[in-house]
Design a protein around this ligand. Structure first.
Ligand code: NDP
Length: 320
């Protein structure tokens, strides 16, 4: 028999906007377990991963379109289905699932996110957890890999093309490198990071690691078919593109001039299912920040670490 579902849960929560996780995040033991809609499942959360959008949101960047406070942060989840709505077809109680719980990251994202014991999610945003990955690893993937794959797909990236990934050591960058190489078949990959992270870039398959503290990539004679900018350097990035190429910018201004364009991710369970063979074969591997995983009781420290902008791969909260 499955454990009964409580009406109240422990969750990290903020009741006002603020710039620093350390100031605003509190662990609350009395948050209502969300009610599910017909197309949703209730997940007993086992692991949650953090994204910069969590802190941009709690800093009030999206106030105009946000859901009401108080807010439980967290977009990425991995856990076990404990209840299904009556229109749910794909999943049943007991299934191990993962996904990004917000289809649109900035327009009315869920009030009750994944850094909690339970979260409610539409089934179309979820996929079965790849068998070879543990919950912490699975939770690290959805938003970042949807950004990496979605951005490359949008730009029409193809096998045989070259790419420069700016911010190669971060949550999105580590996946953009692997997806470009092992899903799309990039011919040559360059990526930027600071000195201590160049070996990581090489281990991910980067042919040309660039130490941005010593070298300016836009001054290199070599140019690239695509530059994937996770840092917000679009004016420099366009100087590193070949004629006819493009810059996919995921940070920085929303309307850069061509050949740059802004890409905004959206959550998609079908995309995660499509990528499953690459995850299960180990061609694309989750990269978890070595300071983590952070246990649930220390989720605030996990956010503080992410806010340093120095995280390696993904910052994960586990176990929950
Ligand atoms: P992370 O917090 O994981 O990025 C941290 C990494 O960035 C660190 O390893 C750091 O490496 C690297 N970094 C910081 N500055 C530079 C620099 N100047 N050059 C190269 N590397 C640098 O962030 P994410 O990867 O999760 O997200 C990156 C950005 O993209 C954020 O602004 C995020 O909000 C945005 N984003 C946008 C999405 C969209 O849909 N548009 C979706 C997902 C993310 P080092 O210590 O070596 O500097």
């Amino acid at each position: 028999m499955a454990a009964p579902i409580p009406t109240k849960q422990k969750a990290w929560v903020y009741r006002e906007y603020g710039n620093s996780a350390a100031d605003i995040l509190k662990l609350d033991t009395d948050i209502a377990v969300p009610e599910i809609k017909e197309d949703q499942v209730l997940i007993k959360v086992v692991a949650a991963a953090l994204n910069p959008i969590d802190f941009k949101r709690f800093a009030g960047w999206f106030k105009a379109t946000d859901s009401p406070l108080p807010t439980v942060p967290g977009y990425d989840v991995a856990g076990v289905v404990v209840k299904v709505g009556n229109q749910v077809r794909k999943f049943k109680v007991g299934d191990e699932v993962y996904g990004n719980i917000n289809e649109d990251p900035v327009n009315h994202p869920k009030q009750f996110g994944s850094v909690a014991e339970y979260t409610a999610v539409e089934e179309k945003l979820l996929a079965f957890k790849p068998e070879n990955l543990n919950f912490a690893e699975a939770s690290s993937l959805p938003l970042a890999i949807e950004t990496a794959y979605g951005g490359l797909e949008k730009v029409g990236f193809l096998g045989g093309k070259s790419i420069l990934v700016l911010g190669g050591a971060g949550g999105v960058g580590t996946l953009a490198i692997q997806v470009a190489k092992n899903v799309f078949g990039a011919s040559r990959i360059a990526a930027t990071a600071s000195t201590g992270k160049l070996d990581l870039l090489k281990s991910l398959g980067v042919d040309l690691p660039i130490d941005y503290t010593k070298e300016k990539y836009e001054h290199l004679p070599e140019k690239f078919d695509v530059v994937f900018d996770t840092v917000g350097e679009v004016e420099r990035a366009v100087k590193a593109v070949k004629g006819g190429g493009s810059v996919v910018a995921i940070a920085g201004p929303l309307n850069p001039s061509p050949p740059a364009f802004f890409f905004g991710e959206s959550s998609d369970g079908a995309m995660l299912e499509k990528l499953k063979p690459y995850l299960e074969s180990g061609k694309v591997k989750p990269i978890l920040d070595p300071k983590g995983p952070f246990p649930f009781s220390q989720a605030k420290d996990a956010f503080v670490h992410l806010q340093t902008n120095r995280a390696i791969g993904k910052v994960v909260v586990y176990p929950i």
